[in-house]
Design a protein. Structure first.
Length: 268
């Protein structure tokens, strides 16, 4: 009888593992926006063309379903092609950044553990082609890159795994990965449970001013992103870290196209 009980317990334990989510925790390094209350509002600067406006609207609406934060689209204030943001907000940009292997890049400027500003860039070199000029691909990439600026990592980085039903998942078929899922919203609650005594959020839409955190705006290739600190299942850098001194840093998240890029874009 005791042997039967042991077998049942083992089977139940294995079943629990089988249905567990792909990632028990997909925040990135505890980075978060400092704020004194929840829900807080994060401004998304709209620097995108009309081809992207509806997708930025969808992404903003999707992430605003979180119980701890809202995002609101405001007039863009990005500096140049590299989409450098003023402090306290996220700038979203599109451009033909080149046939360099990536669909989208998100960068957060961090002081200590606090995000102070962020940028999202989507690469029209790919979205101007029939393969990627689809609602599903545009929704996935916009949603994922903005998600990174909230403090989220990917839930999975294997293009060939079964879709998890979230935009924070690598895939070859984005049809069911266009929006956040409940695990993303739960993770945001985890990240933003505690409150801070100060805020790094912009209190209002103001004219651009010199960034208090300083440091470069990243370019179009890994050579400008710093050191790769996390990798995809096929060995490409997916998160890069650049130390700019005095406890400040830049973290850049990369969503590669499923087709493998040239060897020069692999690990650096």
């Amino acid at each position: 009888m005791s042997r039967l009980i042991v077998v049942v317990v083992v089977v139940l334990a294995l079943s629990a593992v089988a249905v567990a989510p792909a990632s028990a925790n997909h925040s990135w390094n505890g980075y978060h926006w400092a704020r004194t209350s929840n829900p807080f509002t994060l401004r998304l600067g709209d620097n995108v063309s009309s081809a992207w406006d509806s997708y930025l609207n969808t992404t903003s609406s999707d992430w605003s379903k979180s119980t701890v934060l809202d995002t609101t689209k405001v007039a863009g204030q990005a500096w140049g092609r590299r989409c450098r943001p003023p402090a306290g907000r996220v700038e979203v940009c599109n451009d033909t950044y080149g046939n360099n292997g990536w669909l989208g890049v998100a960068t957060i400027w961090v002081s200590g553990k606090h995000i102070t500003q962020g940028s999202v860039r989507v690469n029209d070199t790919y979205f101007n082609t029939a393969t990627y000029n689809t609602q599903a691909w545009r929704n996935l990439v916009m949603c994922q890159e903005v998600g990174h600026t909230l403090g989220l990592d990917h839930q999975d980085e294997n293009f060939d795994n079964k879709n998890l039903g979230t935009c924070m998942d690598y895939t070859r078929d984005p049809s069911t990965n266009q929006h956040p899922n409940q695990h993303d919203y739960d993770e945001l609650v985890e990240i933003y449970t505690h409150l801070d005594s100060t805020t790094t959020l912009s209190a209002a839409v103001a004219s651009p001013a010199p960034s208090p955190i300083g440091g470069p705006a990243p370019g179009e290739s890994p050579a400008t992103w710093g050191r790769a600190v996390a990798f995809t299942a096929d060995g490409r850098g997916r998160v890069y870290h650049l130390d700019i001194g005095a406890g400040r840093s830049l973290t850049t998240f990369v969503l590669w196209a499923p087709s493998k890029p040239s060897a020069s874009l692999e690990r650096h």
